[in-house]
Design a protein around this ligand. Sequence first.
Ligand code: SF4
Ligand code: SF4
Ligand code: FES
Length: 323
Amino acid sequence: MSTSNEVTGADSAPDDPGAEEPAAGSSARAANESASEAATGAPSGTTAVPDQATAPDTPPRDVSDGRPETSYDAHFRVWRGDPEGGRLEDFTVEVNEGEVVLDIIHRLQATQAGDLAVRWNCKAGKCGSCSAEINGRPRLLCMTRMSTFERADVVTVTPLRAFPVVRDLVTDVSYNYTKAREIPSFVPPAELAPGEYRMQQEDVERSQEFRKCIECFLCQDTCHVVRDHEENKQSFAGPRFLMRQAELDMHPLDAAEEQGLDRKTSAQEEHGLGYCNITKCCTEVCPEGIRITDNALIPMKERVADRKYDPLVWLGNKIRRRS
Ligand code: SF4
Ligand code: SF4
Ligand code: FES
């Protein structure tokens, strides 16, 4: 997760694309008005009288305040603070058609809260930077459409709860990088040179799903094992990194075991696979739709149980280890 666009309002105002939002909003509004002008033949800013014979069922546009009827004022409640503490601040802020929560946060930076800190990069659901909690649910700010809320709803935006706050909506997610470093990477097979690797398409597709991960850490944030129990972080890698272990364990070319690394035992005994009680909360919040629990964690648990309790598998492993 890059931090190149950690925006702290006024500090970064000259280069802050968010600061251009009002202009973008204005031009969008101007575009709307031009489109309306073309459609009705009336200049923007005036109320066109619809032709009764052809008038659509929808009511005429309200232009009394110069805004299209798709524009409205929303009630936002945003957490402001730092590691010492903070509070929720209320804002009334303009929302336009097609906007996402990140647009509104940018508008707040540009108009009312110049020093509001938020982390983001791509605004396309691909970098995993803009993770936060919206009305208590872990979500990407840039992929949460304002149209999912009623106009009267209060939209509450808070930082990820499982990680320490840096400032406002920015959290310190280094727990995840620590866990990532603890997992040994793919071990190439000794007898094959790069370029000679061959896999069944079925095996490629199985791990392809896990490769879609954008490392937004929403699954890590939502998992109750660490969300409410800071003390578990030491011994629990979290769904994203247990999934990584499961992916490597099912990789047909991974030669970890030949090197004495048993990924199943490692997942269970060093990275806390046993803490997971397959509630599937991680799967529910994953913006990539990865079936973390069904396709990674449960199969991994089954393989761990096979290894430990199936007498034939147990015997086979003993023999293999001796030879
Ligand atoms: S399924 Fe397991 S890893 Fe996922 S949220 Fe539940 S306990 Fe955590
Ligand atoms: S598995 Fe899904 S929720 Fe978890 S970090 Fe990856 S993309 Fe985000
Ligand atoms: S800004 Fe990249 S995922 Fe939201």
